[in-house]
Design a protein around this ligand. Structure first.
Ligand code: 6LW
Length: 500
């Protein structure tokens, strides 16, 4: 089959996948967004649809004070003896924990905390035994991929933690996943850091606890040597077989703004490559150890058109829509066609608590995002949001001279407000149509009020990139309200469209 990468676009890093019969389940990291750990389902590895989030209760996901790139790090999903397990790290609140469910479409358990530190936790099951792996430090102070046996009822260690592999020499050995294939144990991990040097490495052993022998072909997959290629940063993979016995690697990578500009804004996305074992039992992956936008693999599955049209009726809060940290429900009035937001003094620059804002991911570089806003008793509008330090707004706010429409660009200490327009007073109670368009290099801002169109300029995309922001997330497209002039300030959003 021929298919196009990424298979899941937009900020979805650290994918982990498992298969149950003919159905695959996939989870990704979510950092400081709530709900956490998006959960996807697929019948063919190509076409994924989100069935919810694993962590959707505050008790499972405390996020107070989690800034961008705090909160939830890389998860692993596994299925064992009729039960799904998802193990991950809340780096700000308690470290490693897991949750489980017997109904993948239902609720997951409360967290069971694991008394082992490190990040990128993973489970491997053998009979009634559960083994925990992560990157970290073992009981003797040795650093690398560490392993211990775990009591799954209470998360307690049943064996000392031992380092089983120290990798292939690259920095940041992380993302371990262990498999038994035939009689051999395979350890898959990543090195080089999640930027341009990222790579996947493997080792194997006859015994679960090692010693693990590095694959002489390491790295088994990387795009670090593909200069002038848009897809970079391939790493953090999970291995899965299909019912026909073919092997596949699912991993993260990112798309630069173009083949030469080393900035990316859509976060780390999900990629798929075919893999095969050679005669010596080593894994060969991708297109000669690289990941390409256009790939060919075994099977007949057809990839659906990846263009999307979203509106309020085909999106759900807690599914496509997420919040920052633990929301204040009282500030949202959500109904079928109109969403009302009540802002507080917590702005979208805040890193401690939850501003009144809802976000979807920017999945593609070319898009249109528009909404009609009514109400001018607070700051409200659209945000193109990478982090508390990097975001662009198109907003309406009350001033002494009347209702003002403007653009604000916030890049760390540089905050610029421009294109201010005082709306004609006859227009001020009227709805304002706000539009942001995306392209590789620019976001464009415009508005329509009482039939009159206003151009509010363009801003470069690259200043919102991960290379500038230095965090783990991707650009989100949000609706927000803040700084109310009165306690009764509510802004009404309607006719929202997001299309790419
Ligand atoms: C994650 C690590 C990584 O824990 O980035 O790319 C970190 N890999 O494995 C956060 O996503």
């Amino acid at each position: 089959m021929k298919y196009h990468n990424p298979i899941i676009p937009g900020f979805h890093p650290d994918p982990s996948v498992c298969r149950v019969g003919d159905t695959y389940y996939l989870v990704t990291s979510s950092f400081n967004y709530f709900p956490g750990v998006p959960l996807f389902e697929s019948k063919d590895l190509l076409n994924w649809h989100q069935i919810g989030h694993v962590l959707n209760r505050k008790e499972q996901l405390p996020l107070a004070t989690s800034s961008t790139s705090g909160g939830i790090y890389a998860p692993t999903i596994r299925y064992h003896q009729g039960r799904f397990y998802m193990v991950t790290t809340n780096v700000d609140h308690g470290g490693n924990f897991f949750v489980w469910t017997d109904d993948i479409h239902g609720a997951w358990s409360d967290p069971i905390w694991v008394d082992q530190d490190g990040i990128d936790p993973s489970f491997y099951f053998e009979g009634d035994h559960a083994y925990f792996m992560s990157n970290g430090t073992d009981d003797d102070g040795v650093n690398g991929i560490v392993q211990c046996e775990l009591d799954l009822t209470i998360g307690r260690k049943l064996s000392p933690t031992r380092c089983i592999w120290q990798g292939n020499g690259g920095r940041y050995l992380e993302g371990p996943h262990l498999y038994q294939i035939g009689k051999t144990y395979y350890l898959l991990a990543s090195e080089g850091g999640t930027e341009y040097g990222h790579m996947m490495v493997m080792a194997k052993s006859d015994q679960l606890a090692g010693p693990y022998l590095s694959d002489p072909h390491n790295p088994i997959l990387t795009n670090r040597d593909l200069g002038g290629y848009q897809i970079q940063g391939c790493g953090h993979a999970d291995l899965v077989d299909d019912p026909q016995g073919n092997w596949w690697l699912i991993h993260l990578a990112f798309r630069q703004l173009d083949q030469y500009i080393q900035h990316h804004i859509t976060g780390r996305e999900v990629y798929l490559v075919p893999a095969t074992f050679d005669e010596s039992g080593w894994l060969q992956a991708g297109d000669q150890g690289t990941t390409r936008a256009e790939m060919t693999g075994p099977g007949q599955a057809l990839q659906q058109d990846q263009h999307r049209r979203f509106d309020f009726t085909n999106t759900t809060i807690g599914q496509e829509w997420v919040y920052l940290r633990n929301l204040e429900l009282a500030n949202y009035r959500i109904d079928q066609d109109t969403w009302q937001l009540h802002g507080t003094d917590v702005t979208i620059d805040n890193t401690q608590t939850s501003p009144t804002a809802l976000f979807v991911r920017q999945d593609e570089l070319d898009f249109t995002y528009a909404v009609t806003l009514t109400g001018a008793a607070q700051e409200a509008g659209i945000t193109v949001y990478m982090s508390e330090n990097q975001h662009y707004e198109l907003l309406v706010r009350p001033t002494d001279h009347g209702v003002e429409l403007l653009r604000r660009l916030s890049l760390g200490d540089l905050v610029q407000e421009d294109h201010q327009i005082i709306l004609p007073s006859s227009a001020s109670p009227q709805p304002v149509r706000l539009t942001v368009t995306g392209s590789n290099y620019h976001y464009g801002f415009s508005a329509t009020v009482a039939g009159k169109q206003y151009d509010l300029g363009q801003a470069q995309t690259k200043y919102l990139s991960s290379e500038v922001a230095g965090n783990f997330t991707g650009v989100m497209l949000g609706l927000f309200a803040q700084k109310p002039a009165a306690t009764s300030a509510w802004s009404t959003f309607s006719d929202w469209r997001y299309q790419y």
